[in-house]
Design a protein around this ligand. Structure first.
Ligand code: GDP
Length: 334
C-alpha cells in the first residue's frame, strides 16, 4: 500500500541521514514477522539495495568466529577502536541468539568504547532467533547498516550449530579467532572452519601465553598447507595478536585492507556478493517452506508421527520425507 511505501521511505531517509535511532527502528522492523512489517521491510531493503548499487564503494563485511572465551568481544572492541581512530564508521552486529542475555546493557559492558563512540553502532544480539544461532534477518541487518553509512560491518558469531557457516556466506571476509593451546593439537577448531578462514588470529599472545601462542600459530600455518585456498588471489594468513599489548593490531588493519584490495582487483568481491544474494534467497526459501509446513496442522501432525516411525526404525527417513512433502504439496503419495 502507499502507506507502507511512505513508511519505508521515511525509514530510509532516516537511515541515509545516519540516524542511529532510525537504524535500530529499521532493524526491529525487518525482524518483525507481522505481514505489514514484512512488506515495509521488503520495500526498505530494495531501496537500500538500489542505493548501494549506485555507489562504487562497497561496505566491508567481516565475520568473526571463535569459541567462547578466545576474546572475540575484546578483539572487536580493541580493533574497532583502531578502525574508528582511522576514520571509519563501524557497525558491529551479533546475530547469535544463543548468547545468554543479549541485552543492550550486556553489550555495553562487552564493548564499552564502541557502544558509545559516535562513529560506531553496536547491535545487540536478538532475543529470539533460530537457524542454529543466526536470525533470519541477519543479511538484511547488514544491508541496513550499509545504508546508514557504515563503511565496515563486523558480524560476530559464537559458532553454535551452523552459525559460522551461515555467517561466512554473508560476509566478504571471514576471520577465525583462536588462542594459545595447551598442547600441539588445534583445539576447539571445528572441522571445515579452517577452509573458510581468510585470516586466522591467534589472540592473547602476551605474558606467559606468548610462547604457547607462537607454537599454536606455527601449528596453524602447518595445518593451512593442507587446506586448498579459496581463490588464487589470496592466501589465508595467520597472525598473533594481543588486546593487552596491542601486538599486531596495526598489522591486522593492513592485512584486512590488503585483502579487500586484492578481491577488488580480481573482481572476486562482486562474485562473493552475487553468491551471497543467491545463497540467502535459497536459505530463506528453505526456512519459509519449513515454516509454512509447520503452520499446516495436519501436515505437522503427520510429520510428527512419521518422525516417530523413523526413530523406531519402522520406515526410512527418505520415505518419510517424501510422504511429508507430498502431503504438504497435496500431491499423490508415492
Ligand atoms: P569471547 O567470548 O570470545 O567474546 O571472549 P571475551 O572477549 O569475552 O574474552 C574472554 C577473556 O579473555 C576475557 O577475560 C578477556 O579479558 C580475555 N582476553 C581477551 N583478549 C585478550 C588478550 O589479548 N590477552 C589476554 N591476556 N587476555 C585476553
Amino acid at each position: 500500500t502507499s502507506e507502507e511505501k511512505s513508511k519505508a521511505a521515511q525509514l530510509f531517509e532516516g537511515l541515509a541521514n545516519g540516524d542511529r535511532m532510525k537504524l535500530s527502528k529499521a532493524i526491529t522492523m525487518i525482524e518483525s514477522t507481522r505481514s505489514d512489517h514484512r512488506r515495509i521491510s521488503a520495500e526498505l531493503i530494495s531501496m537500500c539495495l538500489k542505493e548501494s548499487g549506485k555507489k562504487n564503494k562497497k561496505q566491508k563485511r567481516i565475520g568473526f568466529t571463535g569459541t567462547p572465551g578466545v576474546g572475540k568481544s575484546t578483539f572487536i572492541e580493541t580493533f574497532g577502536k583502531k578502525m574508528i581512530e582511522n576514520g571509519h564508521r563501524l557497525a558491529a552486529v551479533d546475530p547469535s541468539s544463543a548468547r545468554s542475555g543479549g541485552s543492550i546493557l550486556g553489550d555495553k559492558t562487552r564493548m564499552p568504547y564502541l557502544s558509545v563512540a559516535d562513529n560506531a553502532y553496536v547491535r545487540p544480539s536478538p532475543n529470539k532467533g533460530d537457524m542454529g544461532g543466526v536470525t533470519k534477518s541477519t543479511l538484511e541487518t547488514i544491508i541496513l547498516t550499509e545504508a546508514a553509512g557504515y563503511d565496515t560491518c563486523f558480524v560476530e558469531t559464537v559458532g553454535v550449530g551452523q552459525s559460522e557457516f551461515m555467517v561466512s556466506e554473508m560476509v566478504d571476509m571471514f576471520v577465525l579467532l583462536s588462542q594459545p593451546g595447551a598442547g600441539d593439537t588445534l583445539q576447539g577448531i571445528k572441522k571445515g572452519i579452517m577452509e573458510l578462514a581468510d585470516l586466522i588470529i591467534v589472540n592473547k599472545s602476551d605474558g606467559n601465553l606468548e610462547i604457547a601462542s607462537k607454537r599454536t600459530s606455527g601449528n596453524l600455518i602447518d595445518a593451512l598447507r593442507f587446506v586448498a585456498p579459496k581463490s588464487a588471489d589470496w592466501n589465508p594468513q595467520v597472525i598473533r595478536t594481543s588486546c593487552v599489548s596491542l601486538l599486531n593490531i596495526d598489522r591486522i588493519y593492513d592485512t584486512i585492507n590488503l585483502y579487500f584490495d586484492k578481491i577488488e582487483k580480481s573482481k572476486r568481491w562482486d562474485k562473493i556478493r552475487t553468491l551471497q544474494q543467491r545463497n540467502w534467497m535459497w536459505r530463506q526459501i528453505n526456512n519459509l517452506i519449513i515454516e509454512r509446513l509447520h503452520e499446516e496442522s495436519d501436515v505437522s501432525e503427520a510429520a510428527e508421527s512419521l518422525e516417530k516411525r523413523v526413530l523406531s526404525g519402522e520406515i526410512a527417513p527418505t520415505t518419510a520425507a517424501y510422504e511429508i512433502v507430498d502431503l504438504f504439496l497435496n500431491k499423490p503419495k508415492i
